[in-house]
Design a protein around this ligand. Structure first.
Ligand SMILES: O=C(O)CCC(=O)C(=O)O
Ligand SMILES: [Fe+2]
Length: 339
């Protein structure tokens, strides 16, 4: 448990490490309610050296306290008189006293990577994001539709596939298993995709495969590039039920080792090579388009976080995020497998 005082034990001193700098705050061991010493006893013992500003538990042991003086000189005098010596005012108890150090604030996951709120800020060619792509009512309808169908459980998330089955072992589609046309409940999304800003009018279908992913809070997706030979250039991903951060990584040529894929868990364990990292915030109901360089040359990754740091704002992930990823299977794959 973190000390409520905001101060903690200095790290054990290595032979050559500098001790914590003198201050008005002391870390006192062998002292506290668990060893029969009350706050009032501590105040009385340390008050002999200067005014005590506060006494607080250093941790939940009950045997270590933080004593704060107003003046560093009082703390110095208390150490000189009491450290390692029997204390008369505490019935001869021997205290172990050092200067305390402030508790380091826990860094938020994601480090200091700035998170773009718009694709134009991200600056990756081919990545576009449209907010409020579907309405809140459409979002509810889409969620209800997938929740009324059966989910397939992977190690950490649940999925549904439409159009063609996706095989996680090979990161490819099973072109032999045509699951039927995309279901009617997503026609509203397909219509909107056809008029995605900036897209040229297309006479053929833009997408024919849909993967629905349901991520519980704290679950993400390891860095990957959707298989070049399996899917055409444009990949659309609609975020529903909750936001997340998507990170993009560009690795120097030849440095990337693919993650191991086990039942869709796709945890990657290898040491991270140096890479360029960029991140974008994907709010609920937003649509992301990955195309061109952003689709072919950058890995995309959803960090396994429960909270995301977006420009200093802490954004909690919802109990789940459901994404609809629309892709078009490469026609060559279908012809070669069917023939
Ligand atoms: O959940 C998402 O938005 C992305 C899913 C994805 O990258 C994939 O299924 O390949
Ligand atoms: Fe992907």
């Amino acid at each position: 448990m973190a000390a409520k005082s905001g101060y903690t034990r200095p790290r054990p001193l290595a032979e050559d490490a500098a001790p914590p700098p003198p201050s008005a705050v002391l870390y006192v061991a062998n002292c506290g309610p668990a060893v029969g010493v009350t706050d009032a006893d501590v105040r009385a013992a340390f008050g002999a050296f200067g005014e005590v500003a506060g006494v607080q538990a250093a941790d939940n042991s009950g045997a270590r306290v933080i004593v704060r003086f107003h003046e560093p000189a009082a703390a110095e005098a208390a150490i000189a008189a009491l450290h390692g010596r029997p204390c008369d005012r505490l019935a001869g108890r021997v205290l172990h006293i050092r200067y305390s150090v402030p508790v380091k604030p826990k860094a938020l996951p994601g480090g200091s990577l700035p998170v773009a709120l718009a694709a134009s800020e991200l600056g990756i060619p081919g990545i576009y994001m449209v907010e409020e792509f579907v309405t809140a009512a459409e979002e509810q309808e889409l969620l209800a539709a997938v929740d009324s169908r059966s989910w397939k459980s992977l190690a950490k998330r649940r999925v549904q596939h439409y159009g063609y089955e996706f095989l996680y072992e090979t990161r490819n589609v099973d072109s032999k298993q045509f699951l039927g046309e995309l279901p009617a409940f997503i026609s509203i999304v397909l219509e909107k995709i056809a008029s995605f800003p900036g897209l040229k009018k297309c006479t053929t279908r833009l997408v024919d495969q849909l993967t629905v992913n349901e991520y519980p809070c704290g679950v993400g997706l390891s860095p990957h590039i959707d298989t070049h030979s399996a899917f055409e250039e444009m990949i659309f991903s609609l975020s529903l039920a909750g936001p997340c951060i998507m990170e993009f990584r560009k690795y120097p040529k030849g440095s990337w080792r693919a993650p191991s894929v086990v039942n869709g868990a796709d945890e990657h364990t290898s040491q991270e090579p140096e890479c360029i990292r960029k991140a974008i915030f994907l709010p609920s109901r937003s649509m992301l388009l990955m195309s061109g360089e952003g689709r072919y040359a950058w890995h995309h990754y959803i960090p396994h976080h429960k909270i995301d740091d977006v420009g200093g704002r802490v954004i909690k992930r919802n109990s789940r995020r459901v994404s609809f990823t629309f892709r078009k299977v490469c026609p060559a794959l279908l012809i070669s497998r069917h023939s």
